[in-house]
Design a protein around this ligand. Structure first.
Ligand SMILES: Cc1cc2nc3c(=O)[nH]c(=O)nc-3n(C[C@H](O)[C@H](O)[C@H](O)COP(=O)(O)OP(=O)(O)OC[C@H]3O[C@@H](n4cnc5c(N)ncnc54)[C@H](O)[C@@H]3O)c2cc1C
Length: 307
């Protein structure tokens, strides 16, 4: 394993934050060893840091997995280790003539977080393709396997963000795949995403900053009377209204605050254009949600995890 004190924490927002200790492990034995050694310390397991906003330095141990292999269990299931980049796996599956995950192409981040976050794009969510999730219990160090149902997946949500938060480390994920040519879909999705989303490594961001809100039918109808062009999608959870539309209507597209900006090509994204501090991003996000609440009476909530 690798240990580094007072280490810069990797994060796609490009926020300058340090961890008291950063540890990368390369086996389950090493992970168990670390958990035993640092029991009682504040511990955070991260992936690529592509959905995190470090609001301050982290006074504890940041863990990262260096395990990044995948193997077929049979013709319909692949088990991938937590530290593998999701898109690297999808690229490989596509090359090998397997489909199922291609709509998730180019979503930043690693396999472990794909289950925690229930990542999704273009109508597909990780929950649609995850069969089961292997974890290590942080207290007992024992393995526990969660079925898809036990993960309690929801919109960008899972039990790992709530009742299981901090209690289990996802070590590998079993995905369902099937033979099929996904090349064209993958290429189209990559082209679309590259056209509207900031590229990791070029522009700092954490992707969509806010989740799309769901409102009761009556509220949606009242808003539609006032804004007939408002996009809206009825669902069992209520009527989904794209947060990007709400933010754009409030005039935020391209606006800046300190070094942070509402991305002109996709107003759901906040970017770090000019050495933004975490506070710049927090202030901009707060100003955006305040104006959406004032204009539409809708609360929008961050998808990004504030640490
Ligand atoms: C440009 C851009 C575009 C994006 N587009 C999308 C999109 O289309 N759809 C979408 O859903 N998301 C999108 N995102 C968000 C991001 O890609 C996902 O949330 C992704 O799952 C984060 O993965 P990560 O490895 O970076 O996790 P991190 O951001 O490092 O961590 C996310 C959370 O998972 C926890 N975690 C990480 N690994 C483990 C583990 N092994 N065990 C337990 N907990 C763990 C962390 O503690 C944290 O709470 C985008 C982000 C960017 C920067």
């Amino acid at each position: 394993m690798k240990k580094c004190e007072n280490a810069k924490i990797p994060n796609t927002f490009g926020i300058d934050a340090k961890a008291k200790l950063f540890i990368e492990y390369y086996s389950l034995d090493e992970l168990r060893q670390v958990l035993k050694e640092y029991k009682g310390e504040r511990i955070l397991h991260i992936g690529q840091g592509s959905n995190l906003l470090f609001t301050t330095d982290f006074n504890g141990v940041i863990l990262h997995s260096g395990m990044a292999r995948a193997k077929f269990l049979d013709d319909e299931t692949v088990e991938a280790q937590n530290g593998l980049r999701l898109d690297d796996m999808i690229a490989q599956l596509t090359d090998m003539g397997y489909c199922g995950l291609e709509k998730l192409s180019l979503i930043p981040g690693e396999v472990g977080a794909s289950a925690v976050q229930n990542v999704g794009a273009y109508g597909v969510e990780a929950k649609d393709v995850i069969e089961r999730v292997y974890t290590i219990d942080v207290e007992t160090l024992e393995e526990r396997v969660f079925s898809n149902a036990e993960c309690k997946f929801g919109y960008r949500d899972s039990a790992f963000k709530h009742e299981l938060k901090g209690k289990y480390i996802v070590t590998s994920v079993v995905y369902k795949v099937k033979p099929g040519d996904a090349t064209k879909t993958r290429e189209e999705i990559i082209a679309t995403r590259n056209g509207k989303l900031p590229k990791v490594g070029e522009v700092g961001s954490a992707g969509s900053f806010f989740m799309n809100p769901f409102v009761p039918k009556e509220q949606a109808n009242a808003l539609l009377a006032q804004y007939p062009d408002m996009p809206h999608f009825p669902s069992p959870q209520g009527v989904k209204i794209p947060a990007a539309w709400l933010i754009e209507q409030c005039g935020w597209k391209g606006k800046t605050l300190g070094g942070a900006q509402v991305w002109p090509k996709q107003p759901l994204v906040i970017v770090n254009t000019n050495n933004a501090s975490a506070q710049d991003i927090i202030d901009l996000a707060a100003a955006v949600s305040k104006s959406v609440q004032e204009k539409f009476g809708i609360d929008i909530h961050p998808e990004v995890n504030y640490i």
